[in-house]
Design a protein around this ligand. Structure first.
Ligand SMILES: Nc1ncnc2c1ncn2[C@@H]1O[C@H](COP(=O)(O)OP(=O)(O)OP(=O)(O)O)[C@@H](O)[C@H]1O
Length: 340
């Protein structure tokens, strides 16, 4: 098995706002091994982006604050690194691409200008001319071989091409880890498939590990080997992709899978998980999913379940499958008896 590249343990990233503390990431464990493609899924607001931005050191602090835990990358603890040290890591050893490339590309500079600058920021010894050659080579590797593209401005490219440029910029320093935050969400399906193909190809050729953040389980099935499901700032299930699709154990994961449209169910109404993600300033007592869960029991409303093993390489945070349930039930009965 490949070596561990990224190890997030018990990470808590909280935001201190006028209206209270937002526990955006609340005790998250994520491991990514060298060369692995891992999917991070969950509904909007569950903390996927804040988790990945924490790894990159891009959460503004304040209002953000690491309230606990650690992020180890390639053996280095990131939570205690200075802004300068983190900047050195970003681009060199880890890179990130986002949903909308236009937010990362500067509209008033040409693609060539921006790529040359990015390359020279990380490879100080490289001349402008060499950087231009490296940029062209990187663009070719992502399928852009058009003459003169270096002299074009971002608005002259299509959305798919802009995302390819961002991938080329991210890959040019040969990072060990690429974090991709919804990179295909804004693209139409055929372009989406091409970008996923491209990411798979780059992963194979360069052994760059990919943490793919998405709300789209189709993307996970297409690209990832392992998948981590987040809900309300926590990991609720993790397994290899095949197992998770075949045998989801957490009712939230099962709900997400049920929400995928099926061709043979065209006339039926599309399933959606009832209710909404809880307010992160005011999490429910017990299991955070309990208010939306059709299987919720008394223990679920009283005590928070821990992540526990289901089978090899499969864990879930649910009382339905926890070996500690009987003990928790006894505690609740004991507490009720002693308070009455
Ligand atoms: N700067 C901030 N100040 C306060 N709260 C924040 C800040 N940034 C994020 N949050 C909150 O943290 C929670 C998690 O947000 P995050 O963006 O990580 O979710 P997500 O799962 O990536 O959702 P999406 O798919 O919509 O991006 C949300 O409730 C969000 O409102």
């Amino acid at each position: 098995m490949a070596n561990t590249l990224l190890e997030i343990s018990e990470l808590k990233m909280h935001f201190h706002t006028d209206k209270g503390v937002v526990k955006a990431v609340d005790g998250v464990d994520i491991t990514v091994r060298e060369g692995e493609i891992v999917g991070l899924v969950g509904e909007s607001g569950c903390g996927k982006s804040v988790t990945s931005l924490s790894v990159m050191g891009l959460v503004p602090q304040p209002p953000g604050k690491i309230a606990g835990g650690s992020i180890k990358f390639n053996g280095k603890e990131l939570t205690t690194l200075s802004a300068k040290e983190l900047q050195k890591l970003r681009g060199n050893e880890m890179a990130m691409i986002f949903q909308e490339p236009m937010t990362s590309l500067n509209p008033v500079f040409t693609i060539g200008n921006q790529m040359v600058e990015a390359i020279r920021l990380h490879k100080k010894e490289v001349s402008k001319q060499e950087a231009r050659a490296l940029a062209l080579e990187a663009l070719k590797s992502v399928g852009i071989a058009r003459d003169g593209v270096l002299d074009e401005y971002p608005h002259q490219l299509s959305g798919g091409m802009r995302q390819r440029v961002m991938i080329a910029m991210a890959m040019v320093c040969n990072p060990k880890l690429l974090i991709a935050d919804e990179p295909t969400t804004a693209l139409d399906v055929t372009i989406q498939a091409q970008i996923l193909d491209l990411m798979r190809k780059l992963n194979k050729e360069t052994n760059t590990a990919i943490l793919m953040i998405t709300h789209d389980l189709g993307v996970v099935a297409e690209l990832c080997e392992r998948v981590i499901v987040m809900y309300a700032g926590q990991v609720v299930e993790e397994a290899d992709v095949r197992t998770l699709f075949k045998n989801p154990k957490h009712p939230y994961t099962a709900g997400l899978l049920k929400s995928i449209p099926q061709l043979d169910q065209r006339r039926k109404r599309l399933y959606s998980i009832p209710g909404n993600v809880p307010n992160p300033r005011n999490m429910p007592k017990g299991c955070r999913f309990a208010p939306r869960c059709e299987f919720a029991m008394e223990v679920c409303r009283e005590k928070e379940p821990e992540l526990s093993p289901i089978e090899k390489n499969h864990i879930s945070r649910c009382w339905l499958h926890s070996e500690q349930k009987e003990e928790a039930d006894r505690d609740i009965v004991g507490n009720t008896a002693s308070s009455s």
